[in-house]
Design a protein around this ligand. Structure first.
Ligand code: ZN
Length: 383
């Protein structure tokens, strides 16, 4: 099943697996970023780690069996389906004790991880929903207007409007007073068509909570259409498309995704630029993993930006749950720290749990030169 709505997250979050535990499995299957061999190696490593953790886990025999069965089912799924898996990301949710199994195709590669816990781990899904922009595509010509929604890499027709404005009067085809009258009449009908379409665009944008609006129409009509846009609509305007009302949806989608990529890139650059200027002017920002973790530990972080899929092993204190890059002993409670495979992921999870916004930056970006992670702080750092 394709992952494409928040109701899927809510459904998973509601499922009660008690008295058994739940297994959530996320795998980056993006073949444009990595080889098949690397993907296969990654899932095997995850499953092995989970098996080892289960051996030590303090659970009843039935609970353990259910979790082991989950791992077995996931292994089988990967062996059979992974080579032909087309989506860039895979998520599997299993609770064998309750006979629950669900697979989701993700629109981009998540961080590889497996979580066995009291309930399903859905934060990465929520993060995907947040990352993706919802775009409204509005295409118009003299006769017709169409509206599409583009979200999570899919396109959906929302509405169409047909206005049957007659063809333009050819120059020299008519002469005299009558011709002028007809021409004016057609002009008025065309204007009415544009007006109607512009106000429908406003309604559609309001109803569906879009981030961006892309418009496809001939240059000669654009000023007349834009003129009728409500301020709300203007504020969502993000660009123009080559597509027209009769363009194939698959082509519209392709063009739209290319533009979205560019827009997202621009937004990222802007965000990183602000971060770097805050950092270099000695303002409320820190960079690098060690400092970001330190500020997170002391509740000073306001927002995090991180290179997408950046990961590093690190340490966690079993007592106070503070995160470190390489402290052997927690400076706070003097307990011996434990290894974690990906301390970046732990940090992001902690941040999301505290409602701290996390901005995933697509590499390459200038953030790469600042340790791939940084934070905006609530206060100016004193040291
Ligand atoms: Zn501690």
């Amino acid at each position: 099943m394709k992952f494409n709505s928040s109701s899927q997250v809510e459904m998973l979050a509601k499922i009660k697996t008690h008295p058994y535990q739940a297994t959530s499995f996320y795998l980056n299957t993006d073949k444009s970023q990595q080889s098949r061999k690397a993907i296969n190696a990654a899932y095997k490593t995850l499953l092995n780690q989970a098996r080892m953790a289960l051996e030590k886990a303090d659970l009843s025999k039935e609970q353990k069996k259910s979790l082991l069965d989950d791992l077995e089912k996931i292994a089988q799924f990967c062996t059979l389906k992974l080579n032909s898996w087309k989506a860039p990301g895979l998520a599997l949710f299993s609770c064998s004790g309750q006979n629950f199994w669900q697979e989701l195709e993700l629109p981009h590669g998540p961080r590889n991880r497996i979580v066995q816990d009291f309930d399903f781990y859905t934060r990465p899904l929520a993060a995907i929903l947040e990352k993706y922009k919802k775009t409204c595509v509005f295409l118009i010509n003299r006769k017709k207007a169409v509206w599409y929604e583009v979200f999570l890499g899919e396109i959906k027709l929302l509405d169409t409007l047909e206005s049957n404005v007659p063809k333009q009067v050819k120059k020299g085809g008519f002469e005299g007073y009558e011709a002028k009258k007809i021409e004016r009449h057609i002009e008025a009908m065309l204007l009415e068509h544009f007006k109607k379409a512009a106000s429908r665009t406003f309604e559609i944008l309001k109803q569906n909570n879009f981030n961006w609006l892309l418009v496809g129409c001939d240059n000669q009509y654009y000023p007349q259409i834009e003129e009728h846009f409500h301020t709300y609509v203007r504020n969502k305007l993000a660009g123009r498309l080559k597509a027209r009302p009769d363009t194939e949806p698959s082509k519209i989608l392709k063009e739209c995704l290319e533009i979205e990529d560019k827009l997202k890139k621009k937004e990222d650059e802007e965000f990183v630029k602000n971060f770097i200027s805050e950092l270099e002017s000695g303002g409320r920002a820190v960079s690098g993993l060690a400092d970001t973790l330190r500020r997170l530990n002391s509740f000073e972080v306001q927002a995090i930006l991180v290179t997408h899929n950046f990961s590093k092993p690190g340490k966690v204190c079993p007592g106070c749950h503070r995160l470190f890059l390489n402290e052997e002993v927690c400076p706070n409670c003097k307990m011996k720290t434990e290894e974690v495979a990906d301390v970046v992921d732990e940090a992001l999870e902690l941040a999301m749990g505290r409602n701290i916004p996390v901005y995933q930056i697509t590499p390459p970006s200038r953030l790469d030169h600042y340790g791939n992670i940084g934070a905006f702080l609530k206060f100016k750092p004193k040291e």
